[in-house]
Write a protein that binds this ligand. Structure first.
Ligand code: SF4
Length: 237
C-alpha cells in the first residue's frame, strides 16, 4: 500500500505536471487578449484564470468528482517530457499515475462490484521461469506449487470468485479487457505497463499494484498477494 509520503509526492507531481502543461494555453489566452486590445491587467488575469481552471479540473479528478482521466494524462505526458531531459527519476511519472489512480479508485469502494465482473490481471513475468505450464491460455492449469506468487493468487481468485487472466504484454492485456469487459480490474504490472494500461481502460475502475523486481525487470517478478487480497476485500465485501 502507498505510504503517506509517497502519496504527498504523487499529489505534488500531479499538480506540478498540470501547472507546467497549463502555461502554454494561458500564454495563448494572454497574447490573444492583449493583441485584441484588452489591456495588460485583463489579459494577465485571464491567463491566471486559465491556469487556475486547469488546477480546479485536476482537483475534480483527484477527489473522485470527475471520472475523466484527462488531467492525469496531461500531467503524465508533461512529466514524461521532464523525464526525457533527465529532470525526473526513472518511472516517476508512471508511479504518479498509479498512485493518483488508486487514490481516485478508492472513492468508489461503496459502488456495487460483483466478483463475476472483477478481473485480476497479471503479467506473465510473475510465473517462475522454470515452470513448464502455459498459463496465458489457461491460468487454472497452475499447480500451485508455491515457486511463484501465481499459486497464491489463484487461491485468492477462488476465495473471491473473481476472474483471473495472465497477459503476455500490453496488447494482450488490452485484448483480455475487451473480451472480459470487467467493471473492476485489480492489475499487477511494472510501472510502464501499469500506468499506460490505467490510462487506457477508462472508465473501468482499476486498482494498480506494482510488481517487485527481485531478479531484475521482467524476470521472475513478485507481488505481495496480501495487497490484492486487501483491495478485493475493500471493493467486494
Ligand atoms: S505456482 Fe503455478 S505458475 Fe508458479 S511455478 Fe508453480 S505451477 Fe508454475
Amino acid at each position: 500500500m502507498t505510504g503517506l509520503k509517497e502519496l504527498k509526492k504523487a499529489e505534488l507531481l500531479y499538480h506540478a505536471g498540470l501547472l507546467l502543461f497549463s502555461i502554454a494555453p494561458s500564454l495563448i489566452v494572454f497574447l490573444l487578449l492583449f493583441s485584441a486590445g484588452a489591456g495588460s491587467a485583463i489579459s494577465l488575469a485571464s491567463g491566471l484564470v486559465t491556469i487556475t481552471a486547469f488546477q480546479i479540473y485536476g482537483i475534480f479528478y483527484e477527489k473522485g468528482l470527475s471520472g475523466n482521466p484527462l488531467p492525469l494524462r496531461l500531467s503524465f505526458w508533461t512529466l514524461k517530457v521532464l523525464q526525457s531531459v533527465h529532470r525526473l527519476e526513472l518511472h516517476t511519472p508512471e508511479k504518479m499515475v498509479v498512485i493518483m489512480n488508486n487514490r481516485k479508485a478508492f472513492f468508489k469502494i461503496n459502488h456495487e462490484y460483483s466478483p463475476g465482473k472483477t478481473l485480476i490481471l497479471l503479467p506473465h513475468c510473475l510465473q517462475n521461469h522454470e515452470c513448464p505450464i502455459r498459463l496465458t491460455f489457461n491460468p487454472d492449469s497452475c499447480e500451485r506449487c508455491g515457486k511463484c506468487p501465481i499459486g497464491k493468487l489463484m487461491d485468492i481468485k477462488d476465495r473471491f470468485g473473481t476472474n483471473i487472466a495472465i497477459a503476455s504484454g500490453g496488447t494482450s492485456a488490452r485484448r483480455i479487457v475487451e473480451k472480459t469487459r470487467p467493471s473492476l480490474i485489480i492489475a499487477v504490472a511494472c510501472p510502464v505497463d501499469l500506468s499506460l494500461g490505467i490510462l487506457d481502460v477508462h472508465p473501468i475502475t482499476t486498482v494498480g499494484v506494482l510488481n517487485e523486481w527481485r531478479n531484475g525487470p521482467c524476470f521472475d517478478t513478485w507481488v505481495d498477494s496480501k495487497e490484492l487480497e486487501a483491495a478485493l476485500e475493500l471493493f467486494l465485501n
